[in-house]
Design a protein around this ligand. Sequence first.
Ligand code: 5GP
Length: 192
Amino acid sequence: MKLLEDKIRMNGKVLPGGVLKVDSFLNHQIDVSLVDALGKEFYDRFSLYNINKILTIESSGIALACAAARYFGVPVVFAKKGAHKNVGGNVYSCPCFSFTKGVTCDITVSKDYLCEGDKVLIIDDFLANGAAAECLMNILRQAGAELAGIGIAIEKGFQPGGKKLRESGINVQSLAIIESMTDSEVTFRTDD
Ligand code: 5GP
């Protein structure tokens, strides 16, 4: 999606360790018009799948998920990281390794908000090794809910997550796929 690629070229910052910083428009300050356009694009790509819920993970996926949810007319559920007293014990949970923080923590979703029969679109800001997506899929399996697909804003195509998920038959739609990145240049995959 050209709008997102241009924004990354203009405002993204490449950090050591293969991390792209997009704090100026997605991860700290939010460009609401851009995020709304990304939400509409997710809707255009998944509107035929009878989705009744969007699942994401706090915190950076929430804005994107909400933007998409307005087009689908469905609620957003976000997985919480770490132990949360206010979620209570009635939860699905899964340990998740954070690529950016280098630590594993449990993510939890209350059983009140996901159940058998739900048809769910997973949305997240980044796809790298696929740990976050695998974890959210694990939670869907615990709930007996059905995965409709995965919508990602920025996939780092030089990391294996996207390939692994697609090879297992999952419909992964990434709005920008980075082929390679250096301090001075970000190159996008052009074949989708
Ligand atoms: P994965 O679990 O696929 O390895 O990584 C995806 C998760 O890690 C996303 O939820 C995202 O928050 C974070 N992440 C992975 N790579 C990057 C990156 O290059 N930049 C930022 N800002 N977050 C990333």
